[in-house]
Design a protein around this ligand. Structure first.
Ligand SMILES: [Zn+2]
Length: 264
C-alpha cells in the first residue's frame, strides 16, 4: 500500500505525488537544478579532536522521564540557512535532527560535520529527493546507500535514520530502508513551512501541536523557517520540553520500521 500523506503534501517537498517530478518548484527549489555546477567539497582534517569528542559526549536523555520533543529539518544542508540554524541551536543548547540530501551533503561536508559535532543528528533524505516508492527496491536501496555514504563522509559518523521524500513510502521502501540499515522516520506535526513561508504561522503550528514525544517536520532551506526558530525553541522550553534528536526520542529505532506508529 502506498502511503502518501499528502494532506501533508508538505511532506518534505511540498508537491503532491502527481507532481513529484516537478517538485523542485516546491521546497527544493532552492537546491538549484540537479545539473547545477558542483562546488568542490572542502577538505577537512580526518581526525576528530578530543575537544570535539568531549563536546559530543553528554548524559543520555531519558524521554520516559523528560518531556521530549524532536525538531526535524529536511532538504538541506544549505550554506546560508542551515549555517544560521546551527548557530541558533547552539545558542540554546538544543538538539535536532537533519534529514539531508546526499548530493547536498557531498557539496557541504563541513555543515554535516558541524551538526554532528554539536550533538544533533544527521540522517538520510535520499540522494536528490526522488520519490523512493517509484523506484524498484534495488533502486531505492542504491539511492539510500549513496546518500548515506555522502552524509557519513561528512559527519564521520554512522547514519541510522531516513525519511522518504514527500513521506511517500510503501513496502518496497521499507525493504530498501531495512537493507540500508535505516529506520524510517515520518512525523507527527507538519508545519507546512514550505507553503506558508510565514514565521508566525510556523511557530503557531509547532507550539499548538506540541505534545510529549512528538516529531516536528520543518525544512532548513527556507529563510522564513529559520526566522521562526528562536521563538519556537524558547516557546517549547518555556512549556517544559527538552529538545532531543529523533534517536534520543525513539531509543533504538529498527531498520525498515516506520515511526511514529501512526504511520504503520
Ligand atoms: Zn524533503
Amino acid at each position: 500500500m502506498v502511503i502518501v500523506m499528502s494532506l501533508l503534501l508538505g511532506a518534505c517537498g511540498g508537491a503532491p505525488p502527481t507532481a513529484v517530478s516537478s517538485d523542485r518548484t516546491g521546497a527544493d527549489a532552492s537546491l538549484g537544478s540537479p545539473a547545477a555546477p558542483r562546488i568542490a567539497a572542502s577538505r577537512e582534517s580526518s581526525k576528530p579532536t578530543p575537544q570535539a569528542a568531549a563536546k559530543r559526549a553528554r548524559p543520555a536523555v531519558n524521554c520516559k522521564k523528560l518531556k521530549c520533543i524532536a525538531l526535524t529539518y529536511d532538504d538541506g544542508p544549505s550554506p546560508k540557512t542551515t549555517a544560521k540554524l546551527i548557530k541558533i541551536l547552539k545558542k540554546h543548547k538544543a538538539k535536532a535532527t537533519f534529514f539531508q540530501l546526499g548530493q547536498l551533503a557531498k557539496r557541504h561536508p563541513k555543515l554535516v560535520r558541524k551538526i554532528h559535532q554539536m550533538g544533533s543528528e544527521v540522517a538520510n533524505h535520499s540522494w536528490d529527493h526522488d520519490s523512493l516508492n517509484r523506484k524498484s527496491v534495488k533502486g531505492a536501496h542504491q539511492d539510500l546507500k549513496r546518500a548515506s555514504a555522502a552524509i557519513e563522509k561528512g559527519c564521520r559518523c554512522r547514519v541510522r535514520l531516513m525519511r522518504p521524500p514527500y513521506g511517500a513510502t510503501d513496502k518496497g521502501v521499507d525493504k530498501a530502508a531495512k537493507k540500508a540499515g535505516l529506520a524510517e522516520i515520518l512525523w507527527d506535526i507538519d508545519t507546512l513551512d514550505w507553503s506558508s513561508r510565514n514565521p508566525g504561522k510556523i511557530k503557531r503550528k509547532v507550539l499548538r501541536g506540541a505534545a510529549r514525544n512528538r516529531i516536528v517536520l520543518m525544512h532548513d532551506i527556507h529563510r522564513t523557517t529559520i526566522a521562526a526558530q528562536e521563538d519556537i525553541i524558547k516557546g517549547l522550553k518555556k512549556r517544559g520540553y527538552t529538545l532531543v534528536t529523533v534517536s534520543e526520542l525513539l531509543g533504538k529505532p529498527k531498520p525498515g520500521k516506520r515511526y511514529p506508529k501512526s504511520w504503520r
